[in-house]
Design a protein around this ligand. Structure first.
Ligand code: FES
Ligand SMILES: [Fe+2]
Length: 430
């Protein structure tokens, strides 16, 4: 089957679109033994919020695997294969006990690391439990989230600590968790598509962010040691507002405050949010957020402190008609198909960030396949990893000529980005 549909060159050419090419499986399939699935498994992935683990087990689907998460009464968290190794009963119906989880069917008891502690009903001299383990994955709790490592045990990296998450004078709070019924890549690559903000989030559905977002920014894209940023610059009166939103490989995004309007000079703001887009399977993705709150930041709107409130334009509309009248990110991204088909796309100038991001992911996938570490994976335990997401507003009155102004804005944005790369501001604040 063709991997790319023909470029239609005449009116009424629909007939020539005979076949739908298949998706780019290398970048989109995430199950065990798929190239992207193995790549994703080299990174610690968030599983759920810590406070979701109460007295009952939590059924989890992650990277195409069915799992159960629980916190036993000693406080330890386990992430085990969902189905009991005895005869397959789901451990979502298990009994969480003083130590581990017990299958509801015949009472086998599993510790958080997969050790089988008891096989009641088996003869007293049975050695089965000493020889067999149940499938388990290592977990790490941080920032109110439970993370897991689903990769090869010998390749396990230290848990990464990004500077934005331990910023002095700031706290991170768990935010929302929600799901889109589509592939992870079309969601994460949207991070590098600021052009949609000026259309989808402004003209189509009314200004959901500040009005200044309605102006198409001048755009550049810069690779960082852990992924990439876009550098969008806009003119706001005598100011130039540079906005840098960040994709951290493979599936973390950091978003600069959306309440920025560029009217006040501002040094590097840092992010308002770190959000992982975790593949549930090939056609479902979990969003899981951490919100950044500055102790002395009085610009943060009230609603952002309320965990139940959302960033505007992200959730599905309540009715089909409403979704047609006011589509947002959900409608735009989910309707790209369950897995967007790159062979039917026509990437244009404003999609440079999309191409750059896909190339980064492809390089990472191929590195893993070649037995190497992917870009963005940090092997140095204890190192704080710099990140680059921010709004910065500079006073820089406009020259008379608009073209000269645009060039000046782009250069200012790129200069800032390069300075930040050289001297990451959140590290400097430590
Ligand atoms: S199926 Fe779980 S103990 Fe028998
Ligand atoms: Fe959006």
């Amino acid at each position: 089957m063709a991997t790319r549909a023909p470029f239609l060159k005449a009116r009424y050419s629909g007939y020539h679109h005979r076949h739908v090419p298949s998706e780019d499986t290398e970048l989109t399939h995430v199950g065990p033994d798929t190239p992207c699935g193995e790549y994703m498994r080299r990174f610690w992935q968030p599983v759920c919020f810590s406070d979701e683990l109460k007295d009952l087990p939590l059924k989890i689907r992650l990277l195409g695997e069915d799992l159960v998460a629980f916190r036993d009464q000693s406080g330890e968290v386990g992430l085990l294969e969902l189905h009991c190794p005895h005869r397959g009963t789901s451990l979502e119906f298990g009994l969480v006990g003083p130590k581990g989880i017990r299958c509801c069917y015949h009472g086998w008891l599993f510790d958080c690391d997969g050790t089988i502690l008891e096989t009641p009903g088996e003869p007293a001299d049975s050695t089965l439990k000493d020889r067999l383990f149940h499938g388990a994955y290592p977990v790490h709790e941080a920032f109110g989230l439970v993370f897991a490592y689903l990769g090869p045990p010998d390749e396990k990296p230290p848990f990464p600590v990004y500077d934005s998450l331990i910023r002095p004078g700031y706290r991170v709070l768990p935010g929302r968790k929600y799901f889109y019924p589509c592939n992870w890549l079309q969601i994460q690559e949207n991070t590098m598509d600021p052009t949609h903000t000026a259309f989808l989030h402004t003209i189509v559905s009314g200004a959901v962010f500040t009005e200044e977002f309605g102006v198409l920014p001048e755009l550049d894209y810069v690779e960082t040691p852990i992924g990439m940023i876009y550098v969008g610059t806009r003119r706001v009166g005598d100011n130039v507002w540079a906005r840098m939103v960040e994709a951290v490989l493979p599936n973390l995004q950091q978003v600069a405050p959306i309440w920025e309007n560029g009217r006040k000079e501002r040094a590097f703001s840092g992010p308002m949010m770190s959000r992982w887009l975790v593949p549930v399977d090939d056609t479902h993705t979990m969003f899981i957020e951490l919100r950044h709150l500055g102790d002395d930041d009085d610009e943060i709107p009230e609603w952002w402190l309320d965990r139940g409130q959302m960033l505007p334009g992200q959730l599905a509309m309540d009715t089909y008609e409403e979704s047609q009248r006011h589509p947002g990110d959900y409608e735009a991204q989910v309707s790209q198909r369950p897995i967007a088909i790159h062979g039917l796309e026509h990437l244009a100038e404003t999609d440079r960030g999309i191409s750059m991001f896909r190339n980064q992911v492809r390089r990472g996938i191929r590195a893993v396949r070649g037995g190497k570490d992917p870009h963005g994976l940090c092997r140095d335990g204890g190192v704080v990893i710099p990140t680059y997401c921010n709004n910065t507003v500079l006073r820089m009155p406009a020259p008379a000529d608009e073209a000269v102004d645009k060039k000046m804005m782009r250069e200012a944005g790129m200069r800032l980005a390069k300075d930040y790369l050289k001297q990451p501001p959140l590290r400097a604040a430590e």
